[in-house]
Design a protein around this ligand. Structure first.
Ligand code: DC
Length: 217
C-alpha cells in the first residue's frame, strides 16, 4: 500500500524541514515542490523574460526536469518572489502537475511539500499536514536563513515579503494555498524544529493507527 504524506503551508513555516525529516524517518523519497516554481521563475529571469508572461512561464515549466534543478541557484530571496509570481499562471501549474503526481505515485509512497499538495496534487494522501506559524516568527526564520546564505536584508523587508507572498499565494484563483480537507494543523509559532518534527510524527502515527481509510491504493 502506498504511503503518501502531503505537507502544505506558507513560506518559512518549517514545512520543508518537517517534510524532509518525515521522509527520513519513514524511508520515503521527498520532493520540495517549491523548487519547481522557483526554477521556472529563475529560468525566466535568466532568459530576460517577464514573470508575468503566462506563455513564456508555461513554456519554461514544460521543459523543466527534476534532474537539472540543482544546476540553478534557487534558495535566495529573488527566487522565492519569482516563484510566487509564476505560480499564479494556471498553465504553469498544469505543466508541473503530472511531474508531481508521478512523484507521489511511486511504489511505497513519497513525501511532498508545497501549497497545493493536499488539495490538488495528492488529494488522497494518507496523511495531510498544514504547517503554519505567525508571520513575525516566519520572517525571523527566513531572515536568519537569508543571512546564512549571505543575503543582508532588513527584517522589516523580509516581513513585508512574507505578507505579500501569503496574500498572493492564498489569493490566486489557480490552486490557492489553503488547508486541505482532512488536513491536520501544525502551528509551529512556539516550537523549535525538534518539537515540530515530533508533533508531525504524532500526526502521522495517529493517521496510520486509524487504518487505511483515505490511503492511496
Ligand atoms: O515553498 P517555497 O517558498 O519554496 O515556494 C515558493 C513559491 O512557489 C510559493 O510562494 C508559491 C509557489 N508554490 C506553489 O504555488 N505551489 C507549490 N506546491 C509550491 C510552491
Amino acid at each position: 500500500m502506498s504511503f503518501v504524506i502531503a505537507v502544505d503551508g506558507p513560506a518559512a513555516s518549517g514545512k520543508g524541514t518537517v517534510a524532509q525529516r518525515l521522509a527520513q524517518a519513514y524511508g520515503l523519497p521527498y520532493l520540495d515542490t517549491g523548487l519547481l516554481y522557483r526554477a521556472v521563475g529563475v529560468t525566466l529571469i535568466e532568459d530576460g523574460l517577464s514573470l508575468d508572461d503566462p506563455e513564456a512561464a508555461e513554456a519554461a515549466a514544460r521543459v523543466l526536469c527534476l534532474e537539472t534543478l540543482d544546476q540553478l541557484d534557487l534558495r535566495g530571496r529573488m527566487a522565492g518572489e519569482a516563484a510566487s509570481r509564476v505560480a499564479v499562471h494556471p498553465g504553469v501549474r498544469a505543466a508541473l502537475l503530472e511531474l508531481q503526481r508521478g512523484f507521489a505515485r511511486q511504489p511505497g509512497g513519497a513525501v511532498l511539500d508545497g501549497r497545493d499538495i493536499g488539495t490538488v496534487i495528492a488529494p488522497d494522501a494518507t496523511v495531510k499536514i498544514y504547517v503554519t506559524a505567525s508571520p513575525e516568527v516566519r520572517a525571523e526564520r527566513r531572515w536568519k536563513q537569508l543571512a546564512g546564505l549571505g543575503e543582508q536584508v532588513a527584517y522589516d523587508d523580509v516581513l513585508e515579503d512574507i505578507r505579500k507572498r501569503d496574500a498572493r499565494d492564498g489569493g490566486r484563483d489557480a490552486a490557492p494555498m489553503t488547508m486541505a480537507e482532512g488536513a491536520q494543523l501544525l502551528d509551529t509559532t512556539h516550537m523549535d524544529i525538534e518539537a515540530a518534527t515530533d508533533a508531525a510524527r504524532r500526526i502521522v502515527e495517529a493517521a496510520r493507527a486509524a487504518g487505511p481509510t483515505g490511503a492511496q491504493g
